[in-house]
Design a protein around this ligand. Structure first.
Ligand code: PLP
Length: 400
């Protein structure tokens, strides 16, 4: 039947062949998914993880990425979220109810702590803080539902006593959720990280960092091996309308092929910088899990068997340097750009005042302002030169 041009514009004459082999999988963009017939419509099972019924539920593009992330992290199930923080939010809103207690490390990613404090005020969830390098400070009670772990922790990069914290949580029947962004599933296997095959229950991962690798896409994931946990998460994910774009998923899928190479390169460059930073007189402390003097170094050694350690290094400047001096230092850097996030091609720098960030007394942390370097894909010699130049400016103004 000949159709009106208006209809022809809507119904394209050519469909892609059912199977065509390309290096990257095709990108499906969908809010609507078209059912083959009414049988397919009435037999759909939206509770089936791979059901195709509506865009928020998923498409072959998003399911491909989710399976890939689950595999990288050593888990079985993965749900994708629009950002790392929304993945954290999914875990908190799924497993915490009024009266429950949740434990977070003092060096937990700041917005997670802020999110939990908000739940505390509004929904009566009790937030307790522990010291990640001292498992004795984690004291679960009958109300404790969840412990957040982060290895290494944000900004100050202490590697936690993961083995004893997880053992203690398991004994107390407390759910363990690890922010796995730093390890990215490459530095250690969160679902099998000790000789006793200890495993966390859940990981969240800011795919925004290493999986994206471009500094341009936001996404997060929640991974588990436990079918029951997955079913709970799946329901919460669906009723909250959490969805990601097929284009973003395809971009991250494309970057995964180079992730191990990028991660290893950035990890090695960070080590080169670490050795050089350790020798500079301006710093009271250099913080990195591979640094023998850093808190939690031996826990890192026990868990990260291949000695991988991401691309982050922090320094604490001697207390004589004021905020104004540190700002001058940061502004003098040419290759390191001022910005949050990490895992992208461009090296980044960020400055922090720890006195406004930490709840517990951290005796291992020296006084002074902190600068975090996120190592990109530049040659480490150029990055060292950049820091050296910026430090020289500082030395002229502040003689030792
Ligand atoms: C350790 C860690 N977890 C989670 C997140 C949140 O990721 P996103 O920026 O995708 O929300 C970040 C972001 O900086 C992070 O550093």
């Amino acid at each position: 039947m000949k159709k009106h041009p208006q209809t022809n514009l809507v119904h394209a004459p050519r469909k892609a062949p059912q199977y065509i082999s390309t290096v990257q999988p095709p990108v499906f963009r969908a809010s609507t998914i078209i059912f083959k017939n009414t049988d397919a419509l009435f037999n759909r099972h939206w509770t089936d993880a791979y059901d195709y019924s509506y865009g928020t539920h998923g498409t072959p593009t998003t399911f491909t990425l989710a399976d890939n992330i689950a595999q990288i992290e050593g888990g079985d199930y993965c749900l994708l979220c629009p950002s790392g923080l929304s993945a954290i939010n999914l875990v908190n809103s799924c497993f915490l109810s009024h009266g429950d207690e949740v434990w977070v490390a003092d060096n937990t990613y700041g917005p997670n702590m802020e999110h939990l404090r908000n739940l505390e005020t509004r929904y009566g969830i009790v937030v307790k803080v522990y010291n990640p390098i001292d498992a004795n400070t984690f004291q679960p009670s009958a109300q404790t539902k969840l412990i957040w772990l982060e290895a290494a922790g944000s900004v100050t990069l202490e590697f936690p006593d993961l083995i004893n914290l997880v053992k203690k949580a398991k004994q107390a029947n407390v759910l363990t959720a690890l922010d796995n962004t730093w390890g990215a599933g490459l530095a250690f296997n969160a679902f099998d990280f000790s000789s006793e095959h200890l495993s966390v229950d859940l990981t969240i991962h800011a795919l925004t960092k290493y999986p994206s690798g471009g500094g341009d896409i936001l996404m997060g994931s929640v991974v588990t091996q436990d079918k029951k946990l997955q079913q709970q998460l799946f329901r919460m994910h669906a009723i909250q309308g959490i969805a990601i774009s097929g284009d973003d998923a395809a971009q991250i899928q494309r970057s995964l092929a180079s992730m191990h190479i990028r991660y290893t390169q950035q990890s090695n460059s960070a080590l080169t910088l670490l050795h050089w930073l350790n020798k500079q007189v301006e710093f009271a402390q250099v913080l990195h899990p591979a640094n023998e003097l850093s808190a939690g170094h031996h826990y890192w050694n026990d868990v990260c068997k291949e000695n991988l350690s991401a691309g982050l290094v922090s320094v604490i400047f001697k207390p004589k340097y004021t905020m104004q001096d540190i700002r001058k230092f940061c502004d003098a850097l040419q290759l390191f750009k001022l910005g949050f996030s990490w895992g992208g091609p461009i090296s980044l720098v960020m400055l922090y005042d720890l006195t406004t960030m930490r709840a517990l007394e951290h005796t291992h942390l020296q006084q002074g302002l902190l600068v975090r370097f996120c190592i990109g894909l530049e040659h480490p010699a150029d990055l060292i030169q950049d820091i050296e130049n910026a430090l020289k400016q500082l030395q002229i103004k502040i003689p030792n």
